[in-house]
Design a protein around this ligand. Structure first.
Ligand code: IPD
Ligand code: CA
Ligand code: CA
Length: 258
């Protein structure tokens, strides 16, 4: 039941899954498109998820595991894991190194811990409720940037979602110092937590994309809400995660084009 044991289990598991992903990098991949265009899955995603589910199940037999590729593995207890075995699959399939493993841990409906591991960079982000966030064991904080005009922001969207995102992307590109579209929502959130990005927004994300990252941003001193400004919910779809000072300005830009 202890959060610390969950955190350590997630850390060890994310590292192991990340090492497995690295072994797929330099050999031919089997790449399939899922129901939506440009929504890819590879044998690396599936192998990583299988490993993670096995490890979490062995360590926490009564917990529920929600995995992107294999669905819900029901448990009898109040603990729940959100697993993205490879976030940034399109990047991975092209050999672009922005991808990660993301594991979020919830108890009684509250996020308690989150771990994101970027295997190419060997960067392990970890956070647990009330204990702060770390990168490779060193405490991290969000940035101190005070104005959107000085901010490096990031977003993500799929080809079919361009209509909804195009206006936001354009206005934000004109207003912020920079906008990036890095292709891994979980790692984008980790980048907000450690101050590389000052803000990140995206619609239509799933719990496995955001659970760990939202935990990291909060524990690193940042602010997390839905894009409309209401309270963030793991299964709520949209997310706006910032360093705090630029949150209102980003909300205003996103409200304008909504
Ligand atoms: C995707 C990535 C991408 C985001 C998509 C996600 P996947 O996850 O996080 O950056 O724009 O919305 O679905 O499919 O690579 O795990
Ligand atoms: Ca994902
Ligand atoms: Ca994924």
């Amino acid at each position: 039941m202890s959060t610390e044991r969950a955190l350590q289990t997630a850390i060890a598991t994310a590292r192991e899954a990340g090492a497995l992903l690295r072994t797929f990098l330099h050999r031919p991949l089997h790449i399939h498109e899922k129901a939506r265009r440009a929504d890819l899955v590879t044998d690396a995603d599936r192998s990583s998820e299988q490993l993670i589910v096995e490890r979490l199940r062995a360590a926490f037999p009564s917990s529920t595991i929600v995995g992107e590729e294999s669905g819900v593995h029901d448990g009898t207890g109040s603990e729940r894991w959100y697993v993205d075995p490879l976030d940034g699959t399109t990047n991975f399939a092209h050999g672009y190194p922005i991808f990660c493993v993301s594991i979020g841990y919830e108890r009684d409906g509250e996020l308690m811990a989150g771990v994101i591991y970027a295997p190419f960079y060997d960067e392990l982000f970890a956070a647990s409720r009330g204990a702060g966030a770390t990168l490779n064991g060193t405490p991290i904080r969000v940035s101190r940037i005070a104005k959107l005009a000085d901010a490096m922001t990031c977003t993500g969207f799929r080809p079919a979602d361009y209509d909804r995102n195009g206006a936001h992307f354009q206005t934000m590109s004109r207003t912020a110092q920079a906008v990036r579209r890095d292709g891994s929502a979980a790692l984008d959130l980790a980048s907000v937590a450690c101050g590389r990005f000052d803000g990140f927004w995206e619609f239509d994300l799933r719990a496995w994309d955001v659970a760990a990252g939202a935990m990291l941003v909060r524990e690193a001193g940042g602010t997390v809400s839905a894009i409309g400004g209401s309270a963030f919910r793991t299964d709520g779809g949209s997310i706006l995660a910032t360093n705090g000072p630029i949150h209102e300005e980003m909300l205003a830009v996103l409200a304008k084009d909504a």
